[in-house]
Ligand binder design. Sequence first.
Ligand code: PAF
Length: 282
Amino acid sequence: MKIVKTIDEVRQQVREWRKQGLTVGLVPTMGYLHEGHASLIEASHRDNDRTVVSDFVNPMQFAPTEDLESYPRDIEHDAKIVEEHGGDIIFNPEPSEMYHEGFSSFVDMTVLTQELCGISRPIHFRGVCTVVSKLFNIVKPDKAYFGKKDAQQLAVIRHMVDDLNMDIEIIGCPIIREEDGLAKSSRNTYLNDDERKAALVLSQAVSIGINLVRNGETSCEIILDAMKNHINAEPLARIDYVKMVDCRTMQQIPVLDRPALCAMAVYIGKTRLIDNFFTEDV
Ligand code: PAF
């Protein structure tokens, strides 16, 4: 397993693999890898002959008020995880390698990015679509792997690949949780002990929603109110949103009459966490 820093090195390696007739999977990450990322690497290792893991904290998807500077980074720890789970190379470029001076081309999307996280993070998905397009152009993978925890990101990337005729299969992988239910996230490291306990309201609200759907409830208002009441009872929690949307268009729906995504973003102290469930998985 090797770490490469330049676009030329990744391209060279992928070209060699292609000459040997090998298939290539890509796992895009921002590093500080945890079991959630490990499951994506394992899925790629299972499906493809070779796996590239990109490890790049993408400045373009952070607003000036967000946590770009404090976002955790540890390439040695990441290298161990990638090696243990079957990755073949880590692509770990500097921002200047990805965005040269004068960089001025962007991939943007309307509609799907204007709901959920797109409301409080208006520039986020433009940064995600741009960097993921660049990674797709650099690696040219057969398949690319994304976690369902970032459910809107997954929908946006699927839509982008479809809109722009990118010849890449997008694979969505299940949310990986801590034993007590908290969805794994690099941002969980920001939580102090009290916040860590309080953060359980997200997965507990997910369970409340799932149980209501399992019991046949179809009113989104009833489901969302039950979830919000649970979260609001926790003093350290502040809801950004809890919404039910059409899982393809990301537009809000009043009744569960189609496959839906129930998604939330909640501040625990200063840390913004997300969680969700798809009604199809219930
Ligand atoms: O999900 C992430 O970690 C990032 O948004 C991604 C897809 C690696 C793009 O920077």
